[in-house]
Design a protein around this ligand. Structure first.
Ligand SMILES: NCc1[nH]cc(CCC(=O)O)c1CC(=O)O
Length: 317
């Protein structure tokens, strides 16, 4: 689609700088957006500005203890404020639920497989794993669901970028690991996926598998240029999912999943909160119009509260 065809009145962009983390996954995502922008605006010069964030540096402690999701985003936002970059590309899963008022999400692009993947050199599936074998994950969401569905498996901590996690698996530190299918697919590592875990077994995190593009809220030019990259269904799903997480947990890391799908024009949202050991899981669902995405997320959170979500989360300390 050319700019003229889109009915745009402002001139095509001349140059767009993308701030990005330097992990292989982040760089792939930034390159992907660069290619899409170049296809939309052939005369535009699109450049990447690679940055190392605090979240990439701190690998020895659980993220939840050192500042959570914001660690991956803050340096990129500083580059936007300084004018060193125009946009930042994020895995929506890593974007804090509350954004500063200076910033906005210009678009959320079409999402890929949003589910978790089972990766192992020894077993075909979780069901094949003998009691006492060990699954690596550092996500409380994955851990709680593993304990609930497969109580005889061990779960131990696993951090680092995707390549590091796969290396630790290959060294034999774990019998299997759980990763987002989307990250593996993007990096050409789809052949490592032994099975995709259905949402019933491992409900994904809010925003999993979706890319969002952030810019300064005042940049009307960018908001207009980026609009064609927005996928309305994905955007509605991710807004519903994030509303659940925002209402229940802010940006704290808690055992919480939220996952929406659009089917036959209806948005179907599922969510849960749990104890990390899986001994208690509260679940809820909502169905409604995609236009009501955020209200559906809020309603789902209310329904989890009515079941005692507040007390459960408070008891996690
Ligand atoms: N927490 C890190 C992270 N952030 C986004 C992805 C995968 C890609 C995505 O969900 O868009 C991953 C890796 C993982 O959870 O396995």
């Amino acid at each position: 689609m050319s700019v003229a065809q889109s009915g745009s009145t402002s001139a095509a962009p001349e140059r767009i700088v993308i701030a990005t983390r330097e992990s292989r996954l982040a760089l792939w995502q930034a390159e992907h957006v660069k290619a899409r922008l170049e296809a939309l605006y052939p005369s535009c010069q699109v450049e990447l500005l690679g940055m190392t964030t605090r979240g990439d540096q701190i690998l020895d402690r659980p993220l939840a203890k050192v500042g959570g999701k914001g660690l991956f985003v803050k340096e990129l936002e500083t580059a936007l404020l300084d004018g060193r970059a125009d946009i930042a590309v994020h895995s929506m899963k890593d974007v804090p639920m509350e954004m500063g008022e200076d910033f906005t999400l210009a678009c959320i692009s079409e999402r890929e497989v949003p589910l978790d993947a089972f990766v192992s050199n020894r077993y075909d599936s979780l069901a094949d794993m003998p009691p006492g074998t060990v699954v690596g994950t550092s996500s409380l969401r994955r851990e709680s669901q593993l304990h609930a569905h497969y109580p005889f498996l061990g779960v131990t901590s696993l951090r680092g970028n995707l390549d590091t996690r796969l290396r630790k698996l290959d060294e034999g530190q774990y019998d299997a690991i759980i990763l987002a299918a989307a990250g593996l697919t993007r990096l050409g590592l789809g052949s490592r996926i032994r099975g995709v875990l259905p949402a019933e077994t491992s409900l994904p995190a809010a925003g999993q598998g979706a890319l969002g593009i952030e810019c300064l809220a005042g940049r009307q030019d960018l908001l207009q240029w980026l609009a064609p990259l927005n996928d309305p269904d994905t955007s509605a799903c991710v807004r519903a999912e994030r509303a659940v997480a925002r209402a229940l947990a802010g940006s704290c890391e808690v055992p919480l999943g939220a996952y929406a799908e659009v089917k036959d024009g209806q948005l179907w949202l599922r969510g849960f909160v749990a104890r990390p050991d899986g001994s208690e899981i509260l679940r809820a669902e909502q169905c409604g119009a995609p236009a009501d995405a955020e209200a559906l997320g809020v309603a789902l959170a209310v329904s989890l509260r009515e079941q005692g979500a507040e007390a459960l989360l408070a008891s996690l300390g």
